[in-house]
Design a protein around this ligand. Sequence first.
Ligand SMILES: *[C@@H]1O[C@H](CO)[C@@H](O)[C@H](O)[C@H]1NC(C)=O
Ligand SMILES: *[C@@H]1O[C@H](CO)[C@@H](O)[C@H](O)[C@H]1NC(C)=O
Ligand SMILES: *[C@@H]1O[C@H](CO)[C@@H](O)[C@H](O)[C@H]1NC(C)=O
Ligand SMILES: *[C@@H]1O[C@H](CO)[C@@H](O)[C@H](O)[C@H]1NC(C)=O
Ligand SMILES: *[C@@H]1O[C@H](CO)[C@@H](O)[C@H](O)[C@H]1NC(C)=O
Length: 277
Amino acid sequence: MKLGRSPLLLSGHLLLCLTAIWVLATADLAAGQRPGCPAKCGDVDITFPFGIGDECALHSGFGLTCNTVNGTTKPLAGTIEVTKISVRESKAWMSTWVSSQCYFPSNGTNYLNAWLNLNDTPFWISEVDNAIIVIGCNTLAYMTSSSYVIGCSATCTDVTLENGICSGAGCCQADVPKDISYYRGYFNENYNTTNIWQDSPCSYIVVMEKAAFSFNTSYVKSTVFYDTYQDIVPIVLNWQIRPWSCEVARKNMSSYACISKDSECVDITHVKEKGYR
Ligand SMILES: *[C@@H]1O[C@H](CO)[C@@H](O)[C@H](O)[C@H]1NC(C)=O
Ligand SMILES: *[C@@H]1O[C@H](CO)[C@@H](O)[C@H](O)[C@H]1NC(C)=O
Ligand SMILES: *[C@@H]1O[C@H](CO)[C@@H](O)[C@H](O)[C@H]1NC(C)=O
Ligand SMILES: *[C@@H]1O[C@H](CO)[C@@H](O)[C@H](O)[C@H]1NC(C)=O
Ligand SMILES: *[C@@H]1O[C@H](CO)[C@@H](O)[C@H](O)[C@H]1NC(C)=O
């Protein structure tokens, strides 16, 4: 899983290569973990197929590390923070980054373009739970994926900004396409804040959990949005166990993941790849 944010065109860092290493699932998972495996990391419940360390997970794609920085303990997938796991809904909440375009009188317009790459992982972006959100007063920003470019435009001219309303006035919202495993945010440079920086220095684009966002008119007038969310924008990911349907997976009990007596297998298909939760 890879997450990055790079000034202009400098490429981001490559964080983790995932290969599917299938390990024997012999445990009684009534408690939701393999024996001897932690049930929590910080405040987050860690439930199989996820695990702290690959040996506690179904395979390395669900392996997390538990990291303590400055007294705060958090699970990480690669370098991405995991804030919640739901096995019932086959979702995971993680933290991503904001793309920004800011004008500073000292050095002009600065760009930070964030990207998220979930290719070759069990995860993809939930089109139901997330939205593409653009904030700014003279802004046209894009979310690009392998087969889509989606633009959203926000203005503050001849409109009334309202808290909680994101429909073009200072804030623009668009749907996330289905089955996306990659995106990058960027800005149309012909829309910038060179002439309005004293009122509105920055523009932003982010793909984030809809329920965690509410437009505040202060977001276009200051860096409050960035300061509030910075590197902790929540995004909701779907995940599936690949590459078999329940019927096929059940035939091999040593790799079948639904081993708790309380579990139930449900088929799902992401793009063309069969899987289950
Ligand atoms: C840890 O805390 C110190 C002191 O508050 C701070 O300077 C440092 O940047 C923090 N480290 C991280 C990784 O947040
Ligand atoms: C431009 O100036 C701002 C504010 O002084 C600073 O935060 C930013 O890092 C500078 N950007 C570059 C590319 O030096
Ligand atoms: C800002 O936008 C104006 C008008 O579209 C354009 O002429 C100018 O080159 C842009 N500035 C930057 C730094 O991109
Ligand atoms: C909007 O943001 C301001 C400044 O951060 C805050 O004081 C205010 O309570 C917020 N309003 C709403 C409706 O969230
Ligand atoms: C069953 O799964 C195990 C573990 O992934 C694998 O090594 C084995 O080859 C599988 N058996 C069959 C019959 O596919």
